[in-house]
Ligand binder design. Sequence first.
Ligand SMILES: O=c1ccn([C@@H]2O[C@H](COP(=O)(O)O)[C@@H](O)[C@H]2O)c(=O)[nH]1
Length: 232
Amino acid sequence: MSGTKPIIVALDFSDESLALDLIERLDPSACRVKVGKELFTRAGPGLVEALQVRGFEVFLDLKYHDIPNTVAGACAVAADLGVWMVNLHIMGGARMIAAARERLERVTRPPLLVGVTLLTSLTGDDLAAVGCPGDPLERVLALAALGHAAGLDGIVCSPREAAAVRAVEGAGFRLVTPGIRPAGGVADDQRRVMTPREALAAGADDLVIGRPITAAADPLAALRAIEADLAV
Ligand SMILES: O=c1ccn([C@@H]2O[C@H](COP(=O)(O)O)[C@@H](O)[C@H]2O)c(=O)[nH]1
């Protein structure tokens, strides 16, 4: 584990006030937060700034996937916003990733740049249905290698693939893992899941956790329970 605060709380809310209500109860020294498509579409850069003013490091999870020039420009604007981490889809290709990396090298405080391999909601059957048959792990390993060579700081993958990617890509390559479910928790739309403890043991750096916290009757208690489990 590369950090002292592995939990990234996914603020998947449709309304800014819901995100801020939760944030008021979280400690920025104990966790990071993620702003994704739903909340960003509603609240935009102002919300990102509000979170940062409150001391939170923000993972801007917009999963850019476009032509190289467009993605590079979006990454540069994300860097202007001061976010801690930004991401793109590795399926956008090596030239797209290299363009983003090159643009971020021009800024003073570049965010970490990570790439989505295979969404954690997908199974081998889902892959076959879109014309890409094969083992999800093999696909993740191939995309991780391509992304690493093109200049990524790390990848987004399921914790199920973390140990295998770590073995190939080495210690310095950041492994950001959604698809985290406490033991006995419902998977929702996720398919390649692990518990928080299993994920860290497999070599994940960051545990992206949304509904197990945000949809809990007591989100703070749910977060505390996960933290306590990890501390054992
Ligand atoms: O492969 C991916 C990439 C991103 N995500 C995002 O992580 C969170 C997970 O939320 P849960 O509620 O814990 O399922 C969500 O914001 C996704 O957009 C992912 O799940 N898988």
